[in-house]
Design a protein around this ligand. Structure first.
Ligand code: G3D
Ligand code: MG
Length: 176
């Protein structure tokens, strides 16, 4: 339920290649569940959740990129006004880390001043892991991203922390 009268309302984006777990992360964060039966997002419907940081009430509108990728006009709308978000890759597929730079550059161009955290998802798939923390951090550092964190939408590990970390960085920047 939305908090009445938030101090801030932020538009937050989930970016990254297909099947890295963007929709699963949003579902986990917003509803605290993991389901394989959700309808694949095709439109621009945000998910909502509120967070509290230092006594401030922040209403999040979370947009998860999906089918709209190919429609230029929808892409513009998708990025417009975004504060920042999570650029996600799959720890079992190095090619999804290689795509991060492209996502980051597009977001920077279309949502000026937006800030992103790099998220390595599917941390639970330990045996299938193919990206080291070192390689992921190298990408985050090179692009001057806010931070790097590893999550599992399946177990819920670090999902709350990823959004909270993002919220704290956005707030810090606003206060400068
Ligand atoms: P997307 O929105 O980025 O395209 P999805 O990705 O959220 O649709 O997830 C893609 C697939 O990865 C789904 O599998 C989903 O269940 C799985 N997945 C997402 N996050 C995790 C995770 O943290 N751990 C594991 N083990 N799997 C995850 P299916 O089989 O349903 O297509
Ligand atoms: Mg999706």
């Amino acid at each position: 339920m939305a908090i009445s009268d938030p101090d801030y309302t932020w538009k937050i984006l989930l970016l990254g290649d297909g099947f890295v777990g963007k929709t699963s992360l949003v579902n986990r964060y917003v509803r605290n569940t993991f389901t394989k039966e959700y309808l694949h997002t095709i439109g621009m419907e945000p998910s909502f959740r509120d967070m509290k940081i230092k006594g401030l009430k922040i209403a999040l509108q979370i947009f998860d990129i999906a089918g709209q990728k190919s429609f230029q006009r929808l892409r513009e709308m998708f990025y417009r006004g975004a504060r920042g978000g999570l650029i996600t890759f799959d720890l079992t597929r190095p090619e999804t880390l290689a795509s991060v730079e492209g996502w980051y550059k597009e977001a920077h161009k279309k949502a000026k001043g937006s800030q992103f955290i790099l998220v390595g998802n599917k941390h639970d798939l330990t045996d299938q892991r193919e990206v080291s923390e070192h390689d992921a951090r190298e990408v985050a550092d090179k692009l001057k991203m806010l931070d790097y964190i590893e999550t599992s939408a399946l177990t819920g590990e670090h999902v709350e922390s990823a959004f909270m970390m993002l919220g704290k960085y956005i707030l810090k920047k606003m206060k400068r």
